[in-house]
Design a protein around this ligand. Sequence first.
Ligand SMILES: C[S@@+](CC[C@H](N)C(=O)[O-])C[C@H]1O[C@@H](n2cnc3c(N)ncnc32)[C@H](O)[C@@H]1O
Length: 255
Amino acid sequence: MKSLSIDRVKAIAAATSTWRGWDLLGVKTRRAPVPWQLTEVIAEYLSGLEVILDMGCGNGKLLAQLANGFTRGIGVDISKERIDEARLSLPIMLRTRIHFTRASSHKVPAPDAAFQVVLNRQAPLFPAEIDRLLAPGGYFITQQVGPENTRAIIAAFNEARWPLPPWPDEMLLPNTFTTLDTLGYRTLRSDEYDVPYVFADAESLIYWLQMVPVPQDFNIESDAETVLEILDRLTTPNGIVTNEHRQLLVMQKPT
Ligand SMILES: C[S@@+](CC[C@H](N)C(=O)[O-])C[C@H]1O[C@@H](n2cnc3c(N)ncnc32)[C@H](O)[C@@H]1O
């Protein structure tokens, strides 16, 4: 017996499509404890003096959260909407030290060796550009969505509609590691976790499916039946249970 009707799923999709951003109280998720917090990992490599770059910075929150740890920060993102959002949400007292620029991470408007730290959280990777921009001895720190992320949800969709994320192999973590390793970078940390992740209600799951989106061509009109199947299969007394897979890499450029 199905928990919701197709019409109810579509009504939830219509209601949640007006939500904005990830920080709204409407999205209710829980995650099992994880072995690292990215901001804490990054802070280990900051002394307060660095000039730092965030490639694919999105709404810019990562730089704002780390602001006490560096002198100057630049965030680049290919999306005008994300850059506008990052500029608007940046606290006024940080505006002299943190700047956001619309650019692709494959061609960042900055001189060679301009940064002591280059960050990338869940955005496409361009190893040659990372290497060009990092100063000798500088750190490259990235956290990426792992290939096993939310596997029980992804499995409901036809494999032809993957991949997630939608970037080609050369922009993913394995190629970046190999390229930088070949250039003599030292691996300081390589880690991953795969832990239970719970959407508390159908609204939170349906919002996530539409906003990521999963898959890229997700369409509630044609996918409502699949959403019902996911809800029926994964709903437990504790919520809609899936998993979160993340990978972490910290490398240091040779001096
Ligand atoms: C999953 S979001 C992560 C955003 C941010 N790093 C965070 O952790 O909140 C991926 C981001 O990569 C950006 N992006 C995609 N392709 C890009 C490219 N070629 N150059 C720069 N940014 C890109 C997207 O616009 C998006 O903001």
